[in-house]
Design a protein around this ligand. Structure first.
Ligand SMILES: [Fe+2]
Ligand SMILES: [Fe+2]
Ligand SMILES: [Fe+2]
Length: 408
């Protein structure tokens, strides 16, 4: 069987971009926080294993916050209440095969050094050092202003950070920050077009490779981040992944294809993190303008997955789920000549799963109506006729797997 091998660093830095989307655009917040954290951690004397965990925690630190409304609040320098996304992140990671060592780091990453109002009731050295480092780097990042030349901001940011030494921040880390931030390159790196490459040189685990099982566990976590964006899609990505692998098995796909179809199903709506929730949760029909914004989501899915080596087929399967065989879909206007079987499977699984779920503007549909809509889509030349017949012939089983929390 063909192997799926992916570089850990590339996978996480690319996926982190989907968590950066907010009302301000695409921020690269996670990559900058990771870069600053690694530099401070090195100067502080953390060994390479702890630096590896620090990288992973920093590149994923706000995974517990999926909505733009919540992310906006995190951009205030003095955050009122931040514990919700810390707890959500902790829950996402605590039992994860790769990420369990970072769960506690994430839980405390907004804790103040002086302990004032910390939900954890911890203070000072009781807070993990990695959390204290990420906290400082994270607050430096929210002070950055994209529209002002970076070296012009150095003085005011340093003043603000030093003003919070012993209060918000560990004074030893503020000293380390003062040491590093004295170099122009520290600041130039943060607004550099070469940021991802610079970060890789600082990352002690930039050569680590992952196999299929590990990639699946990362995709599974990301699917939860995606689905938490809207209360109406809490299980959508898992549902699509389950129906797609069920259909792939019925269609006698190879073991390799079945595996990557599952990963593609989990990640197909990654780009929805780039769409405001007021559109995703709208309790009515979208206007043309809103629909046009919605269309960006598969474009974003494509470009984020496109940065990950070894993900070429996964990307095609995932990001073409709104393309149609008659060339009327979006965003690439592909057609039957271009659309491979895996992409056709995800497209059918996505429509089936969506129709059988409750949406803000309608209830979950009954079997008869779902069959009618899918049949009409085949007639109009949008979706694959054989795959749709196969799904409808196994309707009840497919519906059951779409609602299962277990991987089938
Ligand atoms: Fe945070
Ligand atoms: Fe953050
Ligand atoms: Fe979609």
């Amino acid at each position: 069987m063909k192997q799926l091998l992916t570089n850990y660093y590339k996978l996480l830095t690319s996926l982190s971009l989907s968590m950066d989307f907010c009302a301000h655009g695409l921020m690269r917040h996670h990559q900058r926080v990771a870069l600053m954290s690694l530099q401070i951690g090195k100067l502080y004397g953390l060994d390479s294993q702890r630096l590896g965990n620090l990288f992973t925690a920093a590149i994923l630190h706000d995974a517990g916050s999926s909505t733009w409304v919540e992310k906006d609040l995190l951009f205030e320098f003095l955050i009122g209440e931040a514990s919700e996304h810390c707890k959500n992140g902790y829950k996402l990671f605590k039992d994860h095969p790769l990420f369990s060592p970072i769960a506690e780091i994430i839980l405390y990453h907004h804790d103040r050094w002086d302990g004032v109002n910390n939900a954890s009731k911890r203070m000072g050295n009781q807070i993990p050092i990695e959390s204290r480092i990420i906290h400082l780097a994270d607050r430096v990042d929210v002070l950055l202003n994209e529209s002002i030349y970076i070296l012009e901001q150095k003085k005011s940011i340093c003043r603000r950070i030093n003003g919070e030494s012993w209060g918000l921040f560990d004074p030893h880390l503020v000293e380390a920050f003062n040491d590093i931030s004295n170099r122009e390159c520290f600041w130039l790196d943060l607004h550099s077009p070469f940021l991802t490459d610079i970060l890789s040189h600082h990352c002690p685990i930039n050569a680590k490779e992952l196999g299929y099982k590990e990639v699946l566990s990362v995709a599974d976590t990301m699917s939860k981040v995606i689905d938490f964006k809207s209360p109406f899609t809490r299980r959508h990505s898992t549902g699509v992944a389950n129906v797609a692998s069920f259909l792939a098995a019925k269609a006698d796909c190879s073991e390799h294809d079945k595996r990557i179809i599952r990963v593609a199903g989990l990640l197909h709506d990654l780009g929805k993190l780039g769409v405001p929730e007021k559109i995703l949760d709208k309790p009515g029909k979208l206007t043309d303008e809103e629909y046009n914004i919605m269309k960006k989501h598969t474009y974003y899915t494509y470009h984020i997955l496109n940065m990950i080596e070894g993900f070429e087929e996964i990307n095609h399967y995932a990001s073409c789920h709104h393309e149609t065989l008659n060339g009327m879909g979006y965003p690439f206007k592909l057609d039957a000549v271009d659309l491979k079987n895996g992409a056709r499977i995800i497209a059918v699984a996505d429509i089936f799963t969506a129709l059988t779920e409750t949406r803000p503007y309608r209830d979950a549909m009954e079997k008869e109506k779902v069959i009618k809509i899918l049949t009409n889509k085949v007639k109009s030349g949008a979706i694959d006729s054989e795959l749709t017949s196969l799904l409808l012939a196994n309707y009840d089983d497919a519906h059951h797997v779409s609602e299962s929390n277990q991987f089938i």
